[in-house]
Design a protein around this ligand. Structure first.
Ligand code: 13P
Ligand code: SF4
Length: 360
C-alpha cells in the first residue's frame, strides 16, 4: 500500500514574463506575414522538411503545419509523428525538450527549432546533476520521468511518459508491485498518486503557467457562469483539478471539448490550445481560467512564455540559415532512447488494448 507522498525540494527557476516576451517579438504586418508563410512553405519543400507544432504555439504556426502536411498535437504525438514521418528534417515548434525528444528518436534526421531559448520550467527545475544522485539514493524505485525533461534526465530514467499516458503507466507498474520515483512535476505527480494509489516519491518541480491557475478565482467564475464546463491540464494545482469536468493531456482536453455537452468552457491550460479547440468544437466558447486571483497580476496569464518565442520570422530564419539545430551528445542520446522508446511502445500497446487486439 502507498506510504504517502514525499517531496524533494528544489528552487523554482525564474521564468520570463509572457507579455514582455511578446512585446520584444517583431510584429509583421498582414502582408509581411503572408510573404513569410509562402517563403517558409517553399523552404520546407526544398529542404524535405516537415513542421511539427505543439498546440501552445501561435496559431500562425499551427495553421502552417496543417497546410504543409505537418502536424499539430500534444507532446506524445509530436514524438510519434516525427518518428514515423519520412522527412529528413524535422522542424519542431515548441520548447526544447520536444526538439530533444525528436533528436533522441531520430538521430539520422536534422532537427531544427525556431529558437533554442524556449525552455520549460519543469526541465529547468530538474537538473541532471541533482537528479542523478537522487535516483542513485533510491535504487528500489522505478524512475519515471515526464517528457518535459532534458535528454540527460531521460538517460537516467527507466521510463519517459507524457500526461496522456502517465496514469496508465504508473497503474501498470503499481499493479506489478513497483515503487515509483517521479519527476519533475509535483502537481502531475500528486494527481497520478491520487488516481493510482501507487507509492510515489515526487520531485518538487512545477509548470509556471499551470501553477498560476487559482481555485478561488475559478469558483467565482463558475458562480457567474454555472453552465460552464471546466477543462484542466494535470500540471495544475490539486484544488483546480478537483473542480474539473475533464482532466487530461492537451489532446484529451480537446477531445473533451468536442464530446462534453457544455457550450462554454473554462480552460486551465495554455490559451494557444483554443485554435484547435475551436476547430474541434465549432460554435462552443472558451475562456482561459483565471490565473492571478482577483486584482492580482499574472506572469504568464495562461500563455507559456517559452512557447510564445516561436514565431514566423524565427521559423523562416532557422530554415534559411540551418541554425538552431538540436544536438544531443551520442552517449546521452543512446541512454535516453531506451526510456523514450519505451514511452512510444507502451502507448502503442495501450492503443492496441483499446482496439481490443492486445494487452498493456
Ligand atoms: P501535453 O503533453 O499535454 O501536450 O503537455 C505538454 C506541456 O508542456 C503542457 O504544459
Ligand atoms: Fe513547460 Fe509549462 Fe511551458 Fe508546458 S506550459 S512547456 S510545462 S513551462
Amino acid at each position: 500500500m502507498p506510504t504517502g507522498i514525499k517531496h524533494y525540494p528544489v528552487a523554482l527557476h525564474e521564468s520570463p514574463v509572457t507579455a514582455e516576451v511578446m512585446e520584444h517579438l517583431p510584429h509583421p504586418s498582414p502582408t509581411e506575414r503572408h510573404r513569410l508563410v509562402e517563403h517558409i512553405k517553399r523552404l520546407l519543400t526544398e529542404q524535405n522538411a516537415v513542421l511539427v507544432a505543439h498546440y501552445y504555439v501561435h496559431e500562425d504556426l499551427q495553421r502552417l503545419a496543417e497546410e504543409t502536411g505537418g502536424y499539430v498535437s500534444d507532446s506524445l504525438d509530436m514524438a510519434r509523428f516525427g518518428h514515423e514521418h519520412p522527412a529528413t528534417t524535422l522542424v519542431v515548434a515548441g520548447v526544447r525538450f520536444m526538439g530533444e525528444t525528436a533528436k533522441i528518436l531520430n538521430p539520422e534526421k536534422r532537427v531544427l527549432m525556431p529558437t533554442l531559448e524556449a525552455e520549460c520550467s519543469l526541465d529547468l527545475d530538474c537538473p541532471a546533476e541533482k537528479f542523478i544522485p537522487f535516483c542513485d539514493a533510491h535504487p528500489d524505485r522505478e524512475v519515471v520521468v515526464y517528457s518535459n525533461t532534458s535528454a540527460a534526465v531521460k538517460a537516467r530514467a527507466d521510463w519517459v511518459v507524457t500526461s496522456s499516458i502517465a496514469v496508465k503507466l504508473v497503474e501498470h507498474l503499481h499493479a506489478r508491485g513497483r515503487k515509483i520515483l517521479w519527476a519533475p512535476d509535483k502537481h502531475l505527480g500528486n494527481y497520478i498518486q491520487r488516481e493510482t494509489g501507487a507509492d510515489m516519491l515526487i520531485w518538487d518541480g512545477r509548470c509556471v503557467v499551470h501553477e498560476e491557475f487559482k481555485a478561488a478565482a475559478m469558483r467565482e467564475f463558475k458562480q457567474q457562469f454555472p453552465e460552464a464546463g471546466i477543462l484542466v491540464h494535470p500540471e495544475s494545482p490539486a484544488e483546480v483539478i478537483d473542480m474539473a469536468d475533464a482532466v487530461g493531456s492537451t489532446s484529451q482536453l480537446i477531445e473533451a471539448a468536442r464530446t462534453l455537452p457544455h457550450r462554454l468552457f473554462i480552460v486551465a491550460t495554455d490559451n494557444g490550445i483554443f485554435y484547435k479547440m475551436k476547430q474541434a468544437a465549432p460554435g462552443k466558447e472558451f475562456v482561459v481560467a483565471p490565473s492571478g486571483g482577483t486584482g492580482a497580476s499574472c506572469r504568464s496569464c495562461g500563455h507559456c512564455p517559452w512557447m510564445a518565442m516561436n514565431d514566423l520570422p524565427s521559423l523562416a530564419r532557422t530554415l534559411e540559415t540551418g541554425s538552431n539545430e538540436i544536438q544531443v551528445p551520442e552517449e546521452i542520446r543512446v541512454q535516453a532512447l531506451r526510456s523514450t522508446q519505451r514511452m512510444l511502445d507502451f502507448s502503442a500497446q495501450l492503443k492496441r488494448k483499446v482496439l481490443g487486439t492486445g494487452t498493456a
